[in-house]
Ligand binder design. Structure first.
Ligand code: B12
Ligand code: SF4
Length: 467
């Protein structure tokens, strides 16, 4: 069958954003895996990535040109409006094209999505097995239910994510990259790639659960280290990646897995720096594991500090304390691991005093990168229900399901104070600024490797571009 997968996302940047930052320049692993599975089953697959298009007219042209039998849409809550508009254009181009939708929002709010007549079928949870089964049934003219519960695959039996389906699409749109995905930060050495080693998380944060369990199941599943290594070898051969990000929600919960990963990463000759997400309590509990990870290339951690108030941390069921947050930061500094600090402001019940405690904590942590969010109630988790039961949500439309700190998402907070708090939380103490600047200049001017490079530059003439 002719299948067109649609990345309707880009809720933040929208059209013309391919390659720009992480929301524009990272592949969606869900569709990349569906593509790999559908190709493996013999279907002809293409992708429309809204981020690589100019506008809806461009979308209309692309869908007409591809004329698919099936259009498969992926949808986060924030993508609801663009996904629906895309389906409208699919049906306008050819009412017989079958629309299938999946992803977090259809899984967590199926009734809302199914209430649209544009949606022919909806798959909840994971799509790799059930989507391919559906395609076979369509092909044979068999009846397929409108709501399908996705069967959970054995992750080691899945093919590797089809990254090219994104890259080709971006290149066709005129983008010219030397990296399969946009580097994480200005300092990240491209080519940069992201991978996912597992699904699920056994913790119970109120702003995330039970949504995450509904999507991926209560039991955490992780690919075997050898399966991940095989993918990394392929990525090394194909893209010569220089930096890696592991997206898993909670990779560091599995100490045995991480240890085996470090051993194999080293044994297979990987020296590329990598980043991953971690919980602060894991960093503190398993300092030896963190040291080992740093030894084989861990460059930075995305850490969910969330709040500088123990009461708020208890309220959101984070299972951590402010003391653990500070200790995790100290351990990261000790091993030269960069800190990407995730934290929220404007949570339900949070007072201005507690927000000031978060600011104080961040000044103490002095992270390398700040990732602040205004708490946003997404469907599918307990804190969302709490907000809805009390009429607290200020999110009027799906476009508002983004946690970028622009406007408050719930009642009870002074918008001006929150905006001030974002700025103040990111203003470094003078001693931290001095410490950082001196470290930077020391690295830049006192490193023998860089000094040699400068000598090389002076003797060899102008630098050449990276190949
Ligand atoms: C990596 C990531 C990002 C990255 C990269 C996004 C990208 N390009 O994919 C960044 C940092 C940019 C990001 C941004 C945001 N993210 Co994010 N992100 C993730 C994370 C950690 C991993 C995503 C992933 O690859 N998962 C693994 C793949 C295999 O799963 P999947 O994509 O869900 O796909 C499977 C199924 O959903 C299903 N499926 C998906 N699509 C389709 C389509 C069809 C047709 C079918 C049949 C099935 C199907 O089958 C797939 C394979 O099993 C998830 C959490 C998680 N563990 O999934 C959050 C998550 C998806 N993000 C979330 C959110 C809220 C956001 C933001 C809105 C945050 C913000 N800034 O406000 C933005 C929005 C980005 C945008 N659209 O513009 C929420 C979504 C909640 C919701 N109700 O929508 C999640 C679930 C985290 C959470 N627990 O809250 N994110
Ligand atoms: S926020 Fe992170 S640690 Fe908490 S339940 Fe969700 S995935 Fe797990």
């Amino acid at each position: 069958m002719k299948v067109t997968l649609v990345w309707s996302g880009g809720g933040i940047d929208g059209f013309n954003s391919a390659g720009k930052g992480m929301s524009g320049g990272w592949i969606g692993h869900g569709l990349a895996l569906l593509s790999a599975c559908a190709k493996q089953a013999g279907h002809e697959v293409s992708l429309i990535d809204r981020r690589a298009l100019r506008d809806w007219d461009h979308f209309r042209q692309e869908i007409r040109r591809r004329a698919p039998d099936v259009a498969g849409f992926s949808m986060l809550s924030v993508d609801f409006n663009p996904a629906m508009r895309g389906m409208e254009l699919v049906k306008e181009a050819n009412p017989n094209t079958i629309t299938v939708v999946g992803g977090p929002h259809p899984t967590l709010a199926p009734d809302e999505v199914l209430s649209s007549r544009l949606v022919d079928h909806l798959v909840t949870g994971e799509g790799e097995i059930s989507f391919i089964e559906m395609l076979h049934k369509f092909e044979r003219g068999e009846t397929v239910g409108r709501l399908i519960e996705g069967e959970r695959p054995n992750l080691d039996e899945l093919p590797f994510a089809d990254r090219d389906i994104y890259l080709n699409e971006w290149r066709n749109a005129g983008y010219d990259y030397d990296s399969p995905e946009a580097p994480l930060t200005a300092e990240t050495l491209p080519p940069f790639v992201t991978i996912i080693a597992g699904r699920g998380c056994r913790y119970n944060c109120a702003f995330c659960k039970p949504g995450e369990d509904i999507l991926f199941g209560k039991r955490v599943r992780r690919r075997s280290v050898s399966h991940v290594m095989a993918e990394l070898k392929q990525l090394r051969d194909k893209y010569r990646f220089n930096t890696l990000m592991i997206h898993d929600d909670c990779l560091t919960e599995d100490r045995a897995w991480v240890t085996e990963f470090c051993d194999q990463y080293e044994a297979e000759g990987f020296t590329q720096p990598f980043w991953c997400q971690a919980r602060v309590d894991h960093v503190v509990r398993h300092e030896d594991m963190i040291r080992r990870m740093a030894g084989v290339g861990l460059e930075g951690l995305f850490l969910g500090f969330e709040s500088g108030s123990d009461r708020v941390l208890r309220f959101i069921r984070k299972g951590t304390t402010v003391a653990t947050n500070l200790e995790a930061a100290r351990i990261c500094r000790k091993y030269g691991i960069r800190i990407w600090a995730n934290y929220m402001l404007g949570l339900p019940t949070e007072t201005e005093e507690e927000i000031r405690e978060t600011i104080t904590m961040l000044k103490e942590i002095d992270p390398d990168y700040y990732s602040s969010a205004f708490y946003t109630p997404y469907p599918g988790n307990d804190l969302y229900d709490y907000c809805m039961e009390r009429g607290l949500s200020l999110v009027k439309d799906h476009d508002g399901y983004r946690r970028n700190p622009s406007e408050p998402k719930i009642k009870g907070h002074d918008p001006e104070f929150l905006r001030w708090a974002v700025k103040e939380s990111q203003r470094r103490k003078l001693r931290n600024t001095i410490r950082r600047s001196s470290r930077y200049y020391l690295k830049r001017y006192a490193s023998p490797r860089r000094a040699m490079a400068r000598v090389g530059k002076m003797t060899k003439g102008p630098p050449r571009g990276r190949g």
